[in-house]
Design a protein around this ligand. Structure first.
Ligand SMILES: [Zn+2]
Length: 134
């Protein structure tokens, strides 16, 4: 991410007539991909990375104009994005844990009269009880 932002800043600071800059700008302004379309390429990532790092497209140019401040912004942005990613990972794993422990404590439980096993649904209990009939 940091490298992407560094490269992006480099290109934004290029003179407007340089080809890489023209191509990038065409993509940033007009680039719209169909849902489920082609795989993300580097230049697609270049659109997403600043967003993830809290750098909004309109301020991109001003931000990149000054190299030292762009570096600082990139560094902070990458840290921010990394924290956000970590938070989401944590939230995801907590949700997973919760979902695992939930069936025993919430919702209507269908308890097997033979062995006391709790099933999540009536049909689940039914098919479980068939194992006792053999
Ligand atoms: Zn049973």
């Amino acid at each position: 991410m940091h490298h992407q932002l560094g490269w992006l800043g480099h290109i934004i600071r290029m003179p407007a007539n340089r080809l890489p800059r023209k191509i990038l700008y065409g993509q940033l302004h007009l680039g719209q991909r169909s849902a489920g379309g082609p795989k993300k390429r580097l230049k697609d990532k270049l659109k997403i990375t600043p967003k993830k790092c809290g750098i909004k497209p309109p301020s991109l140019e001003d931000a990149a104009a000054d190299r030292p401040s762009w570096r600082g912004l990139s560094q902070k942005g990458v840290q921010l994005a990394e924290e956000e990613r970590r938070k989401q990972c944590l939230a995801k794993s907590q949700r997973r844990k919760l979902a695992q422990s939930a069936p025993a404590t919430s919702g209507p439980a269908y308890t097997c009269p033979d062995c006391g096993r709790r099933c999540k649904s009536r049909i689940g209990l039914y098919s479980h009880q068939r194992t006792h009939k053999q």
